[in-house]
Structures are given as structure tokens and as C-alpha cells.
Design a binder for this molecule. Structure first.
Ligand code: FEO
Length: 398
């Protein structure tokens, strides 16, 4: 049986996920200009039926209706929890109430999380570990532990016969458009944005996961956000670059300005970088999109950070951005800090305090009283030239 609402992906494998067109913010932080999806997959074997992941709270009835197009909630034997975050696991309590036989399949850490978040009784949980398999009759599920992608309990599930890898957050992207990768415009841009927002702090774990799946034959990657990758090579190539921290001859410039003093310095350095043939991605924090900044952090070799002083500290928008740069752990090597003040210094010391732990090599740092003089701007130009040289040499050395 095939339903338009419940597309058949491969023999016995159905898409039962939902689209959330109207969601505009994730984690009360990340902008979602095109909404997102919560993908779930129903796998019907000759003997058993498994559901891979569920949906965000509020979409339980839609999930159930999609399952009912091709099966029924009562027919599910296993609910595979690849990841416990509620956007994927939020419908587990609903399903376990409607179906009193299904087991929740997860890792040992996942079991604790499921008990904490969803009050799943111990007797309803089946714990699996790396390389364990689960037989559905004519289909076999194999589990691959993939910690920190995106929480400690995360696993991938591989459907052996159909060669589909279900990866939950990993290889995902936030857009509600399209079922398959080929239907999504700017796929790699949205994927990069998502990687920067969600996966960049866990690049090392991502590398290890990619190593683990290297020898698996994959015909389709089915994440739990965004389109299904029918052509897995494209997203695998992107993730290979991004997890390795491969950067471009590119500088991200993130700044805020009150009376144009900081802005004038920023504009000078941008001009120099462009003249020297370095790509620049400029973000004024007053109206910047956090997802765009995250995207550009993924492949920039350096950052120029500009802020005025407000009450002895960085401007609050710059404080927020500096904190994000620190915790997202981008692979860039070089930094420049351009600050200004009116009646008391403070922004530069504050920037050093917040950004110091990133280990960036500081190519230049300035703290200018009032509007920059021609001499100040000349110093900015010199810093810009040095930064451009370093970025280009670093790129050429790869
Ligand atoms: Fe899509 Fe980490 O949840």
C-alpha cells in the first residue's frame, strides 16, 4: 500500500514524519527561516515492525495518522530512539500509551534519559550497544553508537538489506521543503548552517562517526531533520570537510557600532581584506541572522570582531556573539579585535577575557578613543594586510 501522506522510500520503509512550516526558532535560539521537519520512519518486516524516531510534542496525532495509512500504532514492536531530545522522542509517551507491547530501543544512557524525560518504565526498554542487531524478519537493524551527535545517548540505525542509514540529527538540515535532497534549493548552504549551529562543537565526535560508517554501503541517508539524502555522497563530502575543520580563504567579520567609530575601523579592514583577495563575510549584529553567522564560522580561517565599549564591557550584542563563537568552537586560527570607547576603556579587556580560551592567534587588537584618526585607520590597514597574508599562507599550506 502506498499513500501520498506516507511515502514509500524503499521496500517496507515508509516516511511517517511531519513538517513544521511555522516554527521560526529552535532551542529558543536558532532561527529557522524555512521551518523544519521531524522525520520518523516506519519499517515493516515480515515478522516485526519498527518505528525509527518520533516527532516533536504537538504532532502526535499527525504521526499516528501517517502510521495508520500503512499499518497501525498497535502493530509497532519496536520504537527506536536514535536520540532522546524531545523534537524526536517527544511522542514516545503517547505511542507507549496507545501500544502496550512495543519496546523502546536505545542505549544504556538513552534508557536513563528516556526515564528522566518521558517516564518510560524499565520493563518497556530494550538496551542496545554498538553493532547489536535486531531482526524484523526479512529486515535487520544494526545499531552504531554515535555519542554527542547530538547528545550522549545518540545512535545511528542501519537497515542492512535496504542500505539506509538513519542518523537523526547528524546530516540533518532545517527546512520544511522537499522530501529528498534533490528537491531542496541551496541544500549545502542550509546543511552548513545547521552544521555550524548544532554539530560544529562536536566535530571530533563527527569525525569518529564518519570513520565508523566508512565501510558501510549506504544508498540513502535518512536524518530526522530536512530532506532524505538519496545521493549521500554530497552530504558525506560536506561533512568530511566540515568535521575535519577545512577552512577557506575567508574571514568572518562580526561587529556592532554605536557612533560609527568601530564601524569605520571595520570598514577599513574589510576593504584591505577584499583588496588582498580574501573572501569576507560581514555581519552587523544589530540585524544579523545567527544561523548565517554559524554557517560562516564553519569555513572561515579568521574572525574580525568589532565592538564599542558599553559600561566598561563589550556591547551586549558583542558579548552574546563572543560567547557563541567560544562555545561553537569553530576551526578558525586567527583573530582581530577592533574596539572603541567614549569615556572609559573596557571592551578590549572583556573581549580578551571571553575569547581568550578559544586559542585564536591574535593578529591585532585596538582600543580607540572616539572616532578613529587617520593614524588609527592606518594601523587597522596594517593589521588587515597581516591578517590577509596569514589567511592566504594558511590556505596555501593545505
Ligand atoms: Fe533534533 Fe538534538 O534534536
Amino acid at each position: 500500500m502506498k499513500s501520498l501522506d506516507t511515502p514509500l522510500l524503499k521496500d517496507g520503509v515508509f516516511y511517517v514524519g511531519v513538517k513544521d512550516w511555522n516554527r521560526r526558532l529552535f532551542d529558543a535560539l536558532i532561527p529557522l527561516p524555512q521551518g523544519t521537519t521531524y522525520n520518523a520512519y516506519l519499517i515493516k518486516g515480515t515478522e516485526k515492525t519498527a518505528l525509527i524516531d518520533t516527532v516533536n510534542p504537538g504532532f502526535e496525532a499527525e504521526l499516528e495518522s501517517k502510521i495508520n495509512n500503512v499499518s497501525s500504532v498497535n502493530q509497532i514492536d519496536y520504537i527506536i530512539m536514535n536520540h532522546a531530545e524531545p523534537d524526536h522522542a517527544g511522542a514516545i509517551p503517547y505511542l507507549l500509551t496507545k501500544n502496550d507491547k512495543a519496546k523502546l530501543v536505545c542505549t544504556k544512557i538513552g534508557a536513563k534519559t528516556a526515564q528522566t524525560y518521558f517516564k518510560v518504565p524499565e520493563e518497556r526498554i530494550l538496551i542496545v550497544k554498538d553493532n547489536d542487531t535486531l531482526e524484523l524478519g526479512n529486515k535487520t537493524l544494526k545499531f552504531i553508537e554515535a555519542p554527542m551527535l547530538h547528545w550522549p545517548e545518540t545512535i545511528f540505525t542501519y537497515l542492512v538489506q535496504e542500505k539506509i542509514l538513519f542518523t537523526c540529527d547528524f546530516f540533518g538540515l532545517h527546512t520544511a521543503y522537499g522530501l529528498y535532497d534533490e528537491e531542496v534549493a541551496e541544500l549545502s548552504i542550509f546543511a552548513q548552517r545547521y552544521f555550524g549551529e548544532i554539530m560544529m562543537p562536536f566535530r571530533g565526535y563527527g569525525l569518529r562517526a564518519i570513520d565508523k560508517i566508512e565501510n558501510i554501503e549506504i544508498e540513502m541517508i535518512a536524518p530526522s531533520h530536512g530532506p532524505i539524502h538519496k545521493n549521500p555522497t554530497k552530504i558525506l563530502d560536506c561533512y568530511s570537510k566540515w568535521t575535519r575543520g577545512e577552512t577557506q580563504q575567508k574571514v568572518i567579520v562580526v561587529y556592532v557600532s554605536m557612533w560609527k567609530s568601530t564601524e569605520n575601523m571595520v570598514n577599513q579592514i574589510v576593504e584591505v581584506l577584499l583588496q588582498k583577495g580574501v573572501q569576507v563575510s560581514l555581519h552587523n549584529l544589530v540585524n544579523a541572522d545567527l544561523g548565517d553567522i554559524a554557517k560562516d564560522l564553519v569555513d572561515s580561517s579568521a574572525i574580525v570582531f568589532g565592538t564599542p565599549t558599553v559600561l566598561f564591557k563589550m556591547h551586549p550584542l558583542a558579548t552574546y556573539a563572543a560567547h557563541l563563537v567560544k562555545v561553537l568552537k569553530p576551526p578558525m586560527k586567527y583573530g582581530v579585535v577592533l574596539t572603541s570607547y567614549g569615556w572609559s576603556k573596557g571592551a578590549l579587556a572583556h573581549a580578551n577575557e571571553v575569547l581568550g580560551p578559544t586559542g585564536l592567534e591574535v593578529v591585532g587588537a585596538m582600543e580607540v578613543l572616539g572616532p578613529p584618526t587617520e593614524s588609527d585607520l592606518e594601523k587597522v590597514r596594517v593589521i588587515g594586510e597581516e591578517l590577509a597574508d596569514k589567511v592566504k599562507q594558511n590556505y596555501a599550506a593545505k
